[in-house]
Every structure is written in structure tokens, then in C-alpha cells.
Design a binder for this molecule. Structure first.
Ligand code: SF4
Length: 880
């Protein structure tokens, strides 16, 4: 058995792999054996189709030597001609700490610029900046047990039921035992909000105002911890004065943030009257043009009441990615040097001496948005992108693509081909999750080993090795002569402890001498790990902040609500869905994960939908100042009037809608540089649909329907399903044999079964190749029910029984098999139809009873809010 760590979110669940099958690791202190739907499906992401297995240079196969020599020679030439700042790295929270360390050392210590940034900039840079401003260092003070020991948990901008599911289930289990009350602050009524005792559907951007109001309220009620703050905090009075000026009363806050006065008061009272309070926050706070102020507004309230670093209390930033925290440790952000050190002359000199490097970067480098702007305007002439897909995930994604097209040298290292690898001059095949060794650090500062349990395919290699090999070829081999990740980890630990007299909390001095065997066996542990003693899992309960005077700093903040943007009256919020990860390079290949939300949608409030005549399930056009796309409308009141929501996952590989980030503006937080991914002004209009269709096919290639049609692709166990629609009448020739065969991807000699009813505009086709069903296409008018095609799904790629051949195009089954609907429980593949039938026909009226009958919701529990919603929706019929 191999013990490793899940590669998705910042919960950092332990995984044990036996006989190639990943399961939850019962011994891991983050998850105690639980995995969510994504983690449960890890084994299904390991198949090789689509993997990059050999380097390519200008589109042709190349050897590693050829590719690495080429990169090193070009880097040396560019550095000599244009200086070190003309080279940039854009890396990833999917990196292991050892990958990060090697990349950071090469860029900042030897190339001599600080132009290395990570996609974690898009995820939690505002929390980093907030921590540094308040604590003096980027430190999460609490641990997961605090969620279980709290009496009040406040979730701010966090849909943890979907984005950190296993931790959410730990909270739910604790609530069962101790009656923990939960407040959820989120403009959307998410699955997480639905289970809260109080949901504050705050106007977008209102968090700092709400928390400033809380500080003013606590001061007014004389509920601050004056003794503790007198010893451990500075800036209290200035912060209170600023809070009073910005948010003078609960009534003012309620009016400004769109909340009910009594709800604001209730929240303030709950915080004020409960000592054990944990405030969890994530992307809804961070991904904002005022993200750092929002973080500090939360930290202010915890510092002012000494609710920090003690059991069951503290502010708690949830990181999005598995190793965003590890990247922060090594200096993967352009504004950090290394090991929680910055760019002061003393720190630069210290790191230079430790690395024995010729030229340590003297200044912070370009943050992600600025970095790609510099690529676009020619300041950066070579960029190395690794384990991330900025062509889809960066704001103004179309501009990023244009920048990469103009860049003289684009290197992309990845395990899978993406919309970014398509723009690269050099593609390097990276080892994937199952094949890499190293460490990751989760949201509670817990370092866990990721261990390989199978060989990398083809010529794929770990990222740290690629950076070390390029460094060697640039003439710095001695400084990069590691034999494996253990050596890198030792060096990383030693740097954290180097001349560290306790001024830096991040300290792995106790691991500096770890040998290879001990590194291999390393059990999960939380930092700091100093050479002598350990402060334990919680920090700052007794003060001791890593600032010159040892005090935390409260910030005087002046929050303001954003004004509406004229021609673009709606606010686009982007985020995750339950079963997908990032740009779907892995989770998008798993049929059961894609079955939960199989097409991209834009969620609109019914009022806004009515205003633009959009209807549920029909097409809408979404437009910002940066681009437009067509997608399907989902109309419900989970969003506030004036807000729309789209998931961040879709790409050109999965839908003609492409990435929503094409529309997202590049506004950033002035302190953290984190993009405002949740506040783009947009407008929405209905698209008059002329036809729609569903296509089943063995091949997943773009159906190439042209610019007046929309499509979205989802994998099946045995092929692919495409949803299709168009806003110009289908030309006659689509029904012509040649076109049809191209769309169905069947050869000229394949048998074509046809059913047509031109009067009703209904057409159905099936392609049979050597007796097997190779494709099936149902076309109809707008609103047509095409669900009968799901009966063809199990037959795709299989020999077509004579009886099914007769009924296939009728959309009915001779076996009487019912079509499977949307997937609710991805862990046990339980569809919505089955759950509704169980509620309706068997009177199952609780998640526990449904779990006992169908197993749905009994593993990770991510689907429990949806099961509860289905029970609620069916309640009248159950009673009757
Ligand atoms: S909660 Fe899910 S995605 Fe996150 S680490 Fe655990 S299993 Fe992986």
C-alpha cells in the first residue's frame, strides 16, 4: 500500500493506494479515511489517453536533451540581450513543494529576476497579504480541530460543501454532536448556505463593510478584549475609529449591503456572545479588488476580541489548491523571496549567501496579471508555464492567448494537452499525480508526503528535474545537483531555519537533517517544526507575532460599495461546481463526475431573466467589455437580482462557450494583485434558438458546427455525448449524407439509419459500423424533448441487437430501461431520477433513509444539500 495525498483541494486528504486503487487514508489527520466525489474518482483519472509523453519542439518530437538545451541556450541569450526580467515563470498550486523550490531558486537566485508567480495568485493572494499586514507573516493560526471545537462557525465567501467537502463534513459531524451554529455570508444561496442557521445574502463586495460594522458594534457594546489587545495588538483605536466612520450602525450596514437589519444584528449578537468562533473564508473574500481589506476586516474582529490561536477560535483561510500553501512557503509568489522572507537588503543578502548564488533578485517580480501583460507588450520574451492553463483560467483570457501568440518563446510543461499547450513552442511532458514524489502543505499548515505509486508514462519527468536540468545547462549545475526530492526538501528546510532566531514562524529546522528513508516515511505534520521544541498546532494565542514589536496590527479600513457599471448592469460572479477541478483536464474525463453538471450555464435571477426574456435551459449571450459567449441559462433565485453566476471550469476543449474568463476583467486588488474574479460587469440577452440536438459519438473532437451553433461535450463510459443548439436554421445540407457522416464521424461505407419528420422538424440518425453503433444524433425544434437518446448510450460502441435497431430511433427501449437523469451522488453513481423515485414511491423522507436504501450521500456527503432539496421539493407528494 502507498500512502499519498489527494491532488485537488486545500483540505489535503490522505489517500492510500492498494493494487492501484486509491481510497481514503483512515490514518490521515485531515480526512480520517473520507474522500469527496473528486477524490473518490481519482482512480478513473489515471487512464493514459490525452497524456503528454514526449517533449516537442516547434510541434515536432524532440529528445529531452534537445528540448532542454534549446531552452537553456535561449534563456542565456535573452538574459544577455534583454536582462533577467525578460524571462518569467508561471507555475501552479498543483506543484509539489520541491518543484516550487527548484523553480523559485532558478528564477530568483540564478536568473536573477523575481518573475515567478503562481496560479495561487488567483486563489489566495489576498489572504497572504492580509496575514502579512496583520501578523507580520503569512501564517494561518488555527487547525482543523478548531472547526470541531467551535460553538459558532462563520463561512465567508466559502461554498465549502462543494469546494472543501471533507472538511465541511467534519464540521457537519461536529455540529451533530455539539450543536455548532453556522452563519454563511455569501451573495449566492449555495449548497453550503442552505445548511446554515443564518444565511446573509450580502451584496457583492459588501464583506469589509459588514465586518467593519461588527468591529464598531463590538466597541460600542464594550465587548473587546482590552487586556489582550493592550499587550498584543497595535492599531486598535484607529481601526475602531475607521470602522465607526465607514459603518456607523447596523442599520447603515444593512442598507449598504442589501441585508435585513435584523439579520445583521443577529449576526453581530451571535459573534459578540460566543467566545469560540471560527471564521472560515476563501475565494469569495480573496478574489476581489478589495480582497486584502476584506481579510483584514475579518482579522480585525478576531484580534480585537482575542479570538485567535485558542481551541475553537480563530480566523481561518481555506486554500483552494492542494499545495498553494507550499508555494507560499518557498516563495512561489513574485512578491516573496523565499521561506517567508521578502526583499529587504538583509533578507536578500541572507538568501544569496545560503544559495551561494551570483545574483539574487533585488525587487519583487511581476504578479500574474501584470506578468501576462508584460508578455503581451514584449517586456517578457520567454515564459515557462507549468501545471496550469492560463489560456483558460486567467482574466481576459483572450488577451492572454494573444500575448502568448506574440511571445518569442513559450514553454509549457504539463501532464495533459490543454488550450495553453496548443500555444507553446516547447511542450515538456510532466509526471502526474500518481507518478510524483514530494510534499504538499494543506490549509492547516500540515505537510504531507505525496508518493508515486506507478511509473511515469513515456518520457514524462517531474517538474523539479526539468528546472534543475535547465539550470545545469545554464552553468549552475552545482547548485541544482539534487538526486531526488528528499535533497530538495532538506535544503528547503535548512533555508527556513537559516539565521532564523525565531523571527520567522515558518521554520522547518527540525527536518533539516532528515535522511532519505525518514523522508520516505514522513508522517503528516504541521509546521513550524523548529529544531528545539514545537509551538503546537495553534499559533498566536499568547501573542508572539512575528513583527518587530511582537504585536499584531489592526488596520484602519475605509470600505466602500462599488457603483453599478452603466451599459453592463449585471455582476458576473465565477466559481466552482461540485465535481470538477480547475479547467477539467482530469475530472472532465470522468463520466460520473461530468454527469452532475454536464453543460456550462449562466445562473440568473428570475427578475433579470424576465428583463431579457431568457428562459430556463435556453441559450443566452453574455457580454462584457472584454468578450462575449453563448451559454445555457439556469434561472433560479439562488443568486441575487443583479448578479449572475458561471462556473470557471469550461474550456474550448469542452464547449463552444469556452472559458468564462474570456469575459472577466483584469481588475486586481491593489495590495495583493489578486484578480477580481467575482465582480465583472456584464449584460445578458436571450438568443433565439432555432434547433437543438443531442449527439452520441465515439470520438470527442469538436463537432465543428460553425459560429452560429453552440455545443457542450461530456464523456460517457463508452464515448462522448454532445448537447447542441443553433440560432440560425439548420441548413438543408446538415441532413445531406456527406455532412452527416462527418458530424457522426462514420465512414462512407457505414450504414446510416434515418428517421425524419420534416413537418415537426424532428430528425434522428444512427451510424452503424461493422454492426456496432458508432454514433446517434437526435435533432428537433427548440424545447424538443431529446431525452430518448439516452437509451442509445449503453449501446454506443457495441453490437446493436436487432430489436434495439428497430426501436433505437423511436427513442424508446424494448428492454423498458429508464433513462438515467442528472447525477446527484457521484460517489455511488446515484441519479436524481432514482432519488426522486425513492422519495415519491417509497416515502423516504430523510437523507439517512435515502442513504440506507441507495447509499447516496453516505460517502463524502457533498450531495446531502441536494438530497435535502429533493426531499423538500417532493414533500407534498410524499405526504399525500
Ligand atoms: S476534500 Fe475532496 S478534493 Fe479536497 S483533498 Fe479531500 S478528497 Fe481531495
Amino acid at each position: 500500500m502507498t500512502r499519498t495525498t489527494c491532488p485537488y483541494c486545500g483540505v489535503g486528504c490522505g489517500v492510500s493506494v492498494a493494487d492501484g486503487v486509491p481510497r481514503g487514508d483512515a490514518a490521515h489527520p485531515a480526512n480520517f479515511g473520507k474522500l469527496c466525489s473528486k477524490g473518490t474518482a481519482l482512480g478513473e483519472t489515471l487512464a493514459l489517453p490525452g497524456r503528454l509523453v514526449a517533449p516537442t519542439l516547434h510541434g515536432r518530437a524532440a529528445s529531452w536533451d534537445e528540448a532542454l538545451d534549446f531552452i537553456a541556450a535561449r534563456f542565456l541569450r535573452i538574459r544577455a540581450d534583454h536582462g533577467p526580467d525578460a524571462i518569467a515563470f508561471y507555475v501552479s498550486g498543483q506543484f509539489l513543494t520541491e518543484d516550487y523550490y527548484a523553480a523559485n531558486k532558478l528564477m530568483k537566485g540564478f536568473i536573477g529576476a523575481a518573475n515567478i508567480d503562481t496560479n495561487s495568485r488567483l486563489c489566495m493572494a489576498s489572504s497572504v497579504a492580509g496575514h502579512v499586514r496583520a501578523f507580520g507573516e503569512d501564517v494561518v493560526p488555527g487547525c482543523y480541530e478548531d472547526l470541531e471545537e467551535a460553538d459558532l462557525v462563520i463561512q465567508v465567501g466559502s461554498n465549502m460543501a462543494w469546494c472543501h467537502p471533507v472538511l465541511y463534513q467534519r464540521l457537519m459531524a461536529a455540529r451533530e454532536k455539539r450543536g455548532t451554529r453556522i452563519v454563511n455570508i455569501d451573495p449566492r444561496r449555495t449548497a453550503t448556505a442552505e445548511t446554515a442557521d443564518l444565511h446573509l445574502a450580502i451584496a457583492s463586495g459588501g464583506d469589509a463593510m459588514l465586518w467593519s460594522g461588527l468591529l464598531a458594534f463590538l466597541a460600542e457594546q464594550d465587548l473587546l478584549d482590552r487586556d489582550w489587545t493592550a499587550t498584543h495588538v497595535s492599531g486598535l483605536e484607529e481601526s475602531i475609529a475607521a470602522a465607526r466612520a465607514a459603518a456607523p450602525s447596523a442599520a447603515f450596514v444593512a442598507a449598504a449591503t442589501g441585508l435585513r437589519h435584523q439579520d445583521v444584528i443577529r449576526f453581530y449578537e451571535m459573534f459578540a456572545r460566543t467566545e469560540r468562533v471560527v471564521t472560515l473564508y476563501s475565494q469569495g473574500v480573496n478574489q476581489s479588488a478589495a480582497g486584502t481589506d476584506k481579510v483584514n476586516a475579518i482579522l480585525n474582529c478576531h484580534l480585537a476580541t482575542a479570538r485567535i490561536g485558542r481551541p475553537g477560535m480563530g480566523p481561518f483561510s481555506l486554500t483552494g489548491q492542494p499545495n498553494a500553501m507550499g508555494g507560499r512557503e518557498v516563495g512561489g509568489l513574485a512578491n516573496q523571496l523565499a521561506a517567508h522572507m521578502g526583499f529587504s537588503p538583509v533578507e536578500i543578502d541572507r538568501v544569496r549567501r545560503f544559495w551561494r548564488s551570483p545574483a539574487v533578485a533585488a525587487n519583487p517580480g511581476l504578479k500574474a496579471v501584470d506578468l501576462f501583460e508584460a508578455v503581451g507588450d514584449g517586456r517578457v520574451k520567454a515564459v515557462w508555464i507549468a501545471a496550469t492553463n492560463p489560456a483558460d483560467s486567467m482574466p481576459r483570457a483572450a488577451a492572454v492567448r494573444e500575448a502568448l501568440k506574440k511571445c518569442p518563446l513559450v514553454i509549457v510543461a504539463d501532464a495533459w494537452s490543454t488550450d495553453t499547450t496548443a500555444l507553446a513552442h516547447v511542450v515538456l511532458p510532466a509526471a502526474g499525480w500518481a507518478e510524483k514524489d514530494g510534499t504538499v502543505t494543506n490549509s492547516e499548515r500540515r505537510i504531507s508526503r505525496q508518493r508515486a505509486f506507478r511509473a511515469a508514462p513515456g518520457q514524462a519527468r517531474p517538474d523539479w528535474w526539468m528546472f534543475a536540468e535547465v539550470a545545469r545547462r545554464m552553468g549552475w549545475g552545482d547548485a541544482f545537483a539534487w538526486r531526488g526530492p528528499a535533497g530538495i526538501f532538506r535544503e528547503h528546510a535548512a533555508l527556513s531555519a537559516f539565521e532564523n532566531d525565531g523571527a520567522r514562524v515558518f521554520d522547518l529546522g527540525g527536518l533539516t537533517d532528515i535522511d532519505d528513508a525518514a523522508y520516505d516515511a514522513l508522517a503528516p505534520l504541521q509546521w513550524p517544526v523548529p529544531r528545539h521544541g514545537s509551538p503546537g498546532p495553534r499559533l498566536f494565542g499568547r501573542g508572539g507575532f512575528p513583527t518587530p514589536d511582537g504585536r499584531a496590527r489592526m488596520l484602519a479600513l475605509s470600505p466602500r460599495m462599488a457603483a453599478s457599471a452603466g451599459d453592463f448592469p449585471l455582476t458576473l460572479n465565477t466559481g466552482r461546481t461540485r465535481d470538477q477541478w480547475h479547467t477539467m483536464t482530469r475530472t472532465g474525463r470522468v463520466a460520473r463526475l461530468m454527469a452532475h453538471a454536464g453543460v456550462p450555464t449562466l445562473t440568473l435571477h428570475p427578475q433579470d431573466a424576465a428583463a431579457c426574456a431568457a428562459t430556463h435551459g435556453a441559450l443566452v449571450r453574455v457580454e462584457s467589455r472584454h468578450g462575449a459567449l453563448v451559454t445555457r441559462a439556469a434561472i433560479d433565485d439562488s443568486v441575487r437580482p443583479g448578479d449572475v453566476f458561471a462556473t470557471m471550469h469550461w474550456t474550448d476543449q469542452f464547449s463552444s462557450s469556452g472559458p468564462i474568463d474570456r469575459l472577466v476583467h483584469a481588475l486586481t486588488d491593489p495590495v495583493s494583485g489578486q484578480p477580481d474574479l467575482k465582480g465583472t460587469p456584464v449584460r445578458v440577452s436571450a438568443v433565439a434558438e432555432c434547433w437543438r440536438g443531442t449527439l452520441l459519438r465515439l470520438d470527442g473532437d469538436d463537432p465543428a458546427l460553425g459560429p452560429s451553433a453552440w455545443w457542450a461535450k461530456a464523456p460517457l463510459e463508452n464515448g462522448f455525448s454532445f448537447e447542441l443548439a443553433g440560432w440560425i436554421a439548420l441548413a438543408e445540407e446538415i441532413h445531406a449524407e456527406g455532412k452527416l457522416r462527418k458530424l457522426l464521424q462514420i465512414p462512407a461505407d457505414a450504414e446510416l439509419l434515418t428517421y425524419s419528420d420534416p413537418r415537426k422538424a424532428i430528425f434522428r440518425y444512427a451510424g452503424i459500423v461493422r454492426g456496432r453503433l458508432a454514433a446517434c444524433l437526435f435533432l428537433g425544434p427548440p424545447g424538443a424533448d431529446l431525452t430518448g437518446i439516452v437509451l442509445a448510450r449503453p449501446l454506443l460502441g457495441r453490437e446493436l441487437p436487432a430489436a434495439e435497431r428497430v426501436t433505437l430511433l423511436a427513442g424508446v427501449s424494448v428492454t423498458g430501461a429508464a433513462p438515467a437523469g442528472r447525477m446527484v451522488c457521484a460517489c455511488f453513481s446515484v441519479s436524481e431520477d432514482r432519488i426522486i423515485a425513492a422519495i415519491r414511491d417509497n416515502g423516504l423522507d430523510s437523507p439517512a433513509r435515502i442513504g440506507a436504501a441507495l447509499k447516496a450521500g453516505t460517502n463524502c456527503g457533498s450531495c446531502l444539500p441536494e438530497i435535502n432539496r429533493l426531499i423538500g421539493a417532493q414533500a407534498p407528494s410524499v405526504v399525500s
